[in-house]
Design a protein around this ligand. Structure first.
Ligand code: UGB
Length: 598
């Protein structure tokens, strides 16, 4: 009480609020005024930050925590009263007429979209020391995830503008949610690379704050064990993105500017942009308020299952059930075997890849009511069977895909299923854990993430008529993967299947040992026979016809062991490196028409 005189009026209010909310222990052992006064004020500064960054402030946080902790202690099932069933959604088949139509519609809509990347997580499962968006998508070109995402958005922006004939040319907003763990390094990556070609004003970083940890079932806030003037904090989860977007005022700015869609995506899925145009086309055509992208899911795969939940009182919702909750929910509701594959070899529940497309108007309406607060959960690890104390402090968490949980039943919530090879190849698991993944389930590692790029590009070219050799089977870091020809292109070469098709003519073939890198918009493959490595770079005004027979030693793949500390981390986590033996490399930096003449 004596210390109150040290504090500003706002700080006094905060201190009183804490005491009223049963948090008096935070002030235990505070010495008399005159001792450690700056530390005391710094403590209240932290309280002010925690209070401001949570919808409804610390009072709300503590109240919610008490309720959720009581439910957890009582063993209350969050799905009480709900029965799960398999929902029906839009299932797309790559390259058919329907798909092409959705892609065209989607590309037109891109000019009215904003993109939001959630990149506040450190990726504990991967165990990589840097930020995940700085990892290479593939090692043929070394392009990192952030560069790939930015170039994909810019390519879509240009494609959209071309289709709409420049009617509404605008710079698509790109938001990155960071955290204290990733913020500075993300900013540095952008700044040292001139924002990878995006206008810096197009990019906004929103930093999520951590939330206060809880010591017991009464939601007493945990004091940092190393500093009595600090409340211990932990990440609150990717669900923070909604409250941050709301409080930043960006949603209103976008709405005023006539935008219609917000697309959310995660940090390491190098395939995602191949699926975005069609998925956005589905949203626009079906007028979905919320559209989640999904892929066929293997039972027990660490991705959530999209599930229809029907309550005893008749309410229904289509929502993600997180991977750790799906099995217990199924077992408790009559599916005796829990999370298992059906006769198709896949779980009957589509897998959530956390790519959400939300219509801006209804989104703002909803967030005006909720201030972006998302249904939370708590996951304490109890010390005793009576659940009276925790092994370590816990905190409330939230997930971005839980946004539809507060929507009224009239909201149009749907999902779109696409082939996994096209849409989903995250980099989440370290080599050791990936090697332990049950056979047939995806590894979700740096190795599989890279190989998936080559496979998707090879399969797309096959669909467009190129004769691409079958892959070889190889083992890297204990994971057996298909090695397709290493085909990569810049997003501006093609953003849709129709564009790929328009750039392939005559009879083309690519052998398994080949590497092909296309860096330019107007490169056309025409009667090309490739058996080796071919790298073409061309400015937009250079039109290049790549044909004839290209044959050389090419670029070989060499095994690397993940335990070999002499190799850079981003190389050894994928288990191979590329040895550039011989290649044909052509650069076209003048406008004009050219023919590749090997
Ligand atoms: N992230 C943040 O930005 N902030 C945070 O506080 C935490 C994470 P993980 P997770 O598609 O593969 C999700 O850890 O949470 C970012 C879905 O819940 O990679 O285990 C982080 O940087 C699950 O349903 O994944 O599982 C990253 O970009 C399933 O869809 C993103 O959030 C699964 O992803 C996801 O974080 C999947």
């Amino acid at each position: 009480r004596n210390n109150l005189s040290l504090l500003s009026p706002d700080q006094v209010e905060l201190a009183k609020m804490l005491v009223e909310m049963g948090q008096g222990h935070l002030f235990d052992n505070w010495p008399e005024p005159g001792v450690e006064d700056d530390d005391k004020r710094a403590f209240l500064d932290q309280v002010a930050r925690l209070n401001a960054s949570y919808p409804g402030g610390l009072v709300s946080y503590i109240k919610s925590a008490r309720e959720l902790l009581a439910d957890s202690k009582a063993g209350k099932n969050p799905f009480d009263g709900f029965t799960p069933s398999v929902p029906s959604g839009e299932a797309l088949s790559y390259g058919d007429d329907n798909f092409i139509q959705f892609e065209e519609t989607g590309v037109r809509q891109v000019q009215d979209a904003a993109f939001v990347l959630v990149a506040g997580g450190l990726g504990e499962r991967l165990g990589y020391n840097g930020i995940k968006v700085a990892l290479p998508v593939e090692s043929t070109t070394g392009t990192c995830f952030l560069q790939h995402y930015i170039e994909s958005i810019l390519a879509l922006q240009d494609a959209s503008c071309r289709l709409e004939q420049g009617a509404r040319q605008r710079a698509i907003p790109f938001v990155i949610m960071t955290s204290d763990d990733t913020h500075l390094r993300t900013l540095q990556l952008l700044e040292t690379n001139a924002y990878f070609g995006m206008q810096p004003t197009q990019v906004k970083l929103l930093k999520q704050e951590k939330v206060a940890c809880l010591d017991d079932n009464d939601a007493r806030l945990a004091v940092d064990p190393h500093n009595k003037y600090k409340i211990q904090t932990k990440p609150h989860g990717h669900g923070d993105v909604h409250s941050l977007l709301y409080s930043s005022g960006l949603l209103k700015t976008w709405h005023d500017a006539g935008l219609r869609w917000v697309l959310f995506f995660q940090d390491t899925n190098g395939l995602l942009f191949k699926a975005i145009p069609a998925a956005l086309g589905v949203s626009a055509t079906k007028k979905y308020h919320v559209n989640s992208l999904a892929v066929p899911r293997k039972a027990k795969e660490a991705i959530g299952g999209i599930t229809k939940l029907t309550h005893a009182d008749g309410r229904t919702m289509v929502i993600n059930v997180e991977y750790n909750q799906l099995d217990p929910l199924l077992r408790a509701t009559g599916y005796a075997d829990g999370d298992v594959n059906s006769e198709t070899g896949y779980s009957p529940f589509p897998g959530n890849i956390n790519q959400l497309i939300i219509e801006l108007g209804p989104y703002i309406e909803e967030l005006t009511k909720t201030r972006g607060a998302i249904k939370e959960f708590v996951n304490p690890k109890y010390k005793d069977s009576a659940k009276t104390s925790f092994k370590s402090s816990t905190r409330l968490e939230c997930m971005m895909q839980d946004y539809p949980k507060t929507l009224p039943p009239t909201a149009r919530v749907g999902f779109t299923v696409m082939d996994s090879w096209l849409a989903y190849a995250p980099v989440k698991n370290n080599p050791e854990d990936a090697a332990k993944v049950p056979k047939g389930n995806p590894y979700h590692s740096a190795t599989s993430g890279e190989m998936a790029i080559y496979r998707a590009n090879s399969l797309s070219l096959r669909k467009a008529g190129v004769q691409v050799d079958d892959p070889a089977e190889q083992v890297f870091n204990g994971q057996e993967v298909e090695v397709w020809p290493r085909i990569t292109w810049k997003a501006k070469w093609a953003t849709t299947f129709a564009e790929i098709k328009s750039k392939v003519n005559g009879s083309c073939s690519i052998s398994q040992k080949s590497t092909m890198v296309l860096k330019g918009r107007n490169i056309f493959l025409e009667d090309l026979s490739l058996d080796g490595a071919l790298i073409i770079e061309a400015i937009d005004d250079a039109e290049v016809k790549a044909g004839g027979s290209v044959q050389n030693k090419g670029w070989a793949i060499e095994n690397v062991d993940y335990r070999d500390a002499s190799v850079p981390e981003e190389v050894r986590i994928r288990g191979f490196r590329i040895n550039k033996l011989e290649q044909l490399e052509k650069t076209y930096s003048e406008p004009g028409k050219f023919s590749l003449n090997p």
